[in-house]
Design a protein around this ligand. Sequence first.
Ligand code: NAP
Length: 348
Amino acid sequence: MSKISVSIAGGSGYTGGELLRLLLFHPHVKIKQVTSEKYAGKPVFKIHPNLRTITSLRFSTIEELKDCDCLFLALSHGRSLHKIDFFCGLAPKLIDLSSDFRLLTTEQYRRWYGINHPRPELLTQFVYGIPEIHRQEIKSATRVACAGCNATAALLGLYPLYQTPLCHPAKTIVEVKAGSSQSGRSPSPGSHHPERNGCYRVYQPTGHRHIGEILQELSLLWDSSFHFTATSVEMVRGIQAVSHVFLSEPATEKDIWKTYRQFYGSEPFIRIVKDNSGLYRLPEPKILSGTNFCDIGFSKDPLSDHLVVVSALDNLMKGAAGQAVQNFNIMNGLPEKTALNFPGLHPI
Ligand SMILES: NC(=O)c1ccc[n+]([C@@H]2O[C@H](COP(=O)([O-])OP(=O)(O)OC[C@H]3O[C@@H](n4cnc5c(N)ncnc54)[C@H](OP(=O)(O)O)[C@@H]3O)[C@@H](O)[C@H]2O)c1
């Protein structure tokens, strides 16, 4: 099988670095170009030191990009959209990691991003990139918009429950704790070490942009009883979503198990983590660093309708680059786990 040529626009960022790490070891991929405007001409290992001696690739500019079979866009918010016609002309397959094409309508985009989407006709051309929800569409898609990292963690925990009468349309409250790499490599006042180190900061109590894509995928109305709060915690990688679901029908833990097993039984990257004893009884992001797993666990209060769902993942992997490579494999008819077999480290 001849190799599939890919390029990465935005290869100097954190998700771009992870894409490089994964794709350099993908047996069916040849990386053609990787871009950075700031570091054009420099070897990629100068920015991604883990890749020293692994590749001799150097950064190009976006203007220097040539045709390839699949183009990954790992650019800051708004930058994919800015040059979308140019990018579409370079490759028959496009995988965007940004939020520029995740929502299906311009009304939704305006509601969550505060502006009219300048290219609304393109929105429905992108498939929302969570394989566990949209695998069939992704198989034949030419354009995929990968999901937000917080949204991926929350949605993978909640989606199976929302396919049953169990919690629809009851109230749900999601509490996300996230590591610092979520904000990308550009420094900001909030990422300055004395301000970020040791913090436990509620940075988005209400109105988080990812709510839009979560409501869209759960088929919920804008004014539904869905609440989402995001907090920065002391981690570099990782997200843990704790979702409080109030069941609208009586259910036991056995029923909940059955629901998840039915939905995720053959999923390669979903693990149900719910043990009665031991340290890792419920999902924790720490041991997922560098892996493409999303671990999901739950606990049902036997005395009430309250179900706590815990889902965890690495924001740069299953929440971004790993998800993108999983989508790439699906779009190209390759085994879904190709280049995504890393089981993580323990202890870490
Ligand atoms: N970090 C996460 O956990 C995560 C998870 C899911 C999705 N995402 C999304 O993935 C995308 C990349 O995230 P990231 O964390 O990797 O960001 P990042 O570390 O800040 O990297 C951003 C990349 O975009 C490039 N860039 C920025 N402004 C540009 C411009 N005006 N023209 C051309 N290139 C420009 C940068 O290149 P230069 O070297 O030229 O500056 C860099 O390569 C974002 O849209 C983000 O929302 C991130």
